[in-house]
Design a protein around this ligand. Sequence first.
Ligand SMILES: Cc1cc2nc3c(=O)[nH]c(=O)nc-3n(C[C@H](O)[C@H](O)[C@H](O)COP(=O)(O)OP(=O)(O)OC[C@H]3O[C@@H](n4cnc5c(N)ncnc54)[C@H](O)[C@@H]3O)c2cc1C
Length: 515
Amino acid sequence: MIRKVVVVGGGTAGWMTASYLKAAFGDRISVTLVESGKIGTIGVGEATFSDIRHFFEFLDLKEEDWMPACNATYKLAVRFQDWRGPGHHFYHPFEQMQSVKGFPLTDWWLRGGPTDRFDSDCFVLASLCDAGRSPRHLDGSLFKRGSGDEPLGLTMSEHQGKTQFPYAYHFEAALLAKYLTGYATDRGVRHVIDEISDVRLDDRGWIDHVLAKEHGELHADLFVDCTGFRGLLLNKALKVPFVSYQDTLPNDSAVAMQVPLDMKEFGIRPCTTATAQGAGWIWTIPLFGRIGTGYVYAKDYCTPEEAERTLREFVGPAAAEVEANHIRMRIGRSAQAWQHNCVAIGLSSGFVEPLESTGIFFIHHAIEQLVRHFPDADWHPRLREQYNSAVAHVMDGVREFLVLHYRGAARHDTQYWKDTKTRELPDGLAERIEHWQVQLPDTENVFPHYHGLAPYSYMCVLIGTGAIALRPSPALSLTDDTAARKRFAEIRDKARHLVSTLPSQYEYFTEIRRT
Ligand SMILES: Cc1cc2nc3c(=O)[nH]c(=O)nc-3n(C[C@H](O)[C@H](O)[C@H](O)COP(=O)(O)OP(=O)(O)OC[C@H]3O[C@@H](n4cnc5c(N)ncnc54)[C@H](O)[C@@H]3O)c2cc1C
C-alpha cells in the first residue's frame, strides 16, 4: 500500500492537496507538507470556477466559516469588458443554458432576441451582475419558497439543497492557504518549514527522498510536486519536459497589485472582470476589503514598465502607494503530470493564463483524479496513464477555449489584437470555428474530451466577443417561436424580481459579518 506522502510546496496547490488527501483517506495515510520559509508563493490566484464548491463540500467546510476567514465573496460570472470594443461588455455566467424545442436559447436569440444583449436575454445572472447582487438573501437562504425565486426549469424537489446557481468564489489566496493549513494540521498533516536542496533518485530513477536543508532526508512512497513554476521534482529532478502553449497563447507576463478599496463606496461586484487592454487584459477581483488586480500581457508587445504604468492608470489614485508584483508565467503543461512516484499538481503541472480562472480548477481536478487513480504498491501503469490523459485533456481543452477568446475578439486596434487573428490555432480549432458559424457549439462539436467547460460557455464567448459571424439554425425560421419568446419574458421577469429582492453583495457580507 501507499502509506506515506510528501507534498513539496505550501501554496494553494500544496495545501489543497494535503487537505483533500486527509479528507479522503484520513489516518490511513501519513502526509507531510514541506514548504520553504524563504521562497514565496505566487501570491495571486483569487478567482475560481464554479466546480470549486465541491472541493469545500468534500472537506465539509461551511461557507459561513471559511468565507469570512478568507475575505471571500461570491462570483456569478466573468465580465468581459471592451473585448468587442470600448464600452461593450458581456458576461460568461455560471448558469446553464436553457433550451426551447431542442434549440439553445442563444440560437433563438440569434434568430431575433428581445434586446441586443444576448447575456441578459438568455441568463438571469447577467442582470444580477449588472446590479451587483448577492446570490443569497440576508438570512442566508438561496431562494424564498413560493416567492418566484425558484430557478427556472427546476422543480422545488429537484432543487432541494442545491444552490440557486452554480456560483464560484473570490478569496484571498494567502488567507485560504492559512485556513487550509489549520484544517490539514488539525487532521494530522505534518508541516515542515524548510527548503528542499536536493531530490535524490534511486537506481530505477524514481524519487528515493528529498533533502531538506535543516530536516535532512524526507522519505515517502509518493511525492507530490507543488513547487509552482519551478517544477523542482517533476521537471528538474525527473526531467519531464514541459510542453509550451506559447505559440497559441502568447501572454507570458503579469503585473499584479492588491488594492484596498472602500467597499461601501465601490460596492462588491459578484463577478471577476477581464478588461481588454492594448497588449492583453486586466483582471479585477473584488474581495471583502480590497480588490486583486493585474495586467496579463505578452512581453513581445509591452514592457513591464509600460504594463505597470497601464495598470496604475487603470486603478487610479488607490494604486498610488501599492507595490506591484511582476510575474513571469510559464504557459503550457508538463508532458506527463505523473512520472514514476511523483505527481505534479498546480503550476508545476501546468498553467494557462488566468482568463477564465482555471488555475485552481486544474488543481481541484488533479486532486480528484489523484484520489480516483491512487496507486497501490504495484504502481499499475494504467492508473498513471489514465491520470495523465485526464489532466492533459483538461489543460489542452481550456487552452483551446482561451484561444477562442482572442480569435473571437472584434478588436484590431493594436498589433497585439491584429496578430490574434492570424496566429496559429491549436489543432482542430479552425474546423470547429467553421462548424460553429453554422451550428452553435454542442456536446458533439466542442473539444472532444472533458475539460470542465460546457458548450454554452463557448456560445457566450463566440457571441460576446463578436468577430466571428454566426447564423441561427435554419430550422428556426420554420419553427413557431412562441415558446422561445415566452421563455425570454420569464427570464426578464425573474431577473427583475431577483434584482429587486436580493441584497447587494456589500450589504450581504456586511450583514453576515455583523451577525
Ligand atoms: C498572474 C496569475 C494570475 C492567476 N490568477 C488566477 C485566478 O484568478 N484563479 C485561479 O484559479 N488561478 C489563478 N492563477 C493560478 C494560481 O495562482 C495557482 O494555480 C495557485 O496559486 C497554485 O500555485 P502553486 O501552489 O502551484 O504554486 P506557488 O504558489 O508558487 O507555491 C509554490 C510553493 O512551493 C514552495 N517551494 C518552491 N521551491 C521550494 C523548495 N526548494 N523547497 C521547499 N519549498 C519550495 C514555495 O515555498 C511555495 O510554498 C494565477 C496565476 C498567475 C501567474
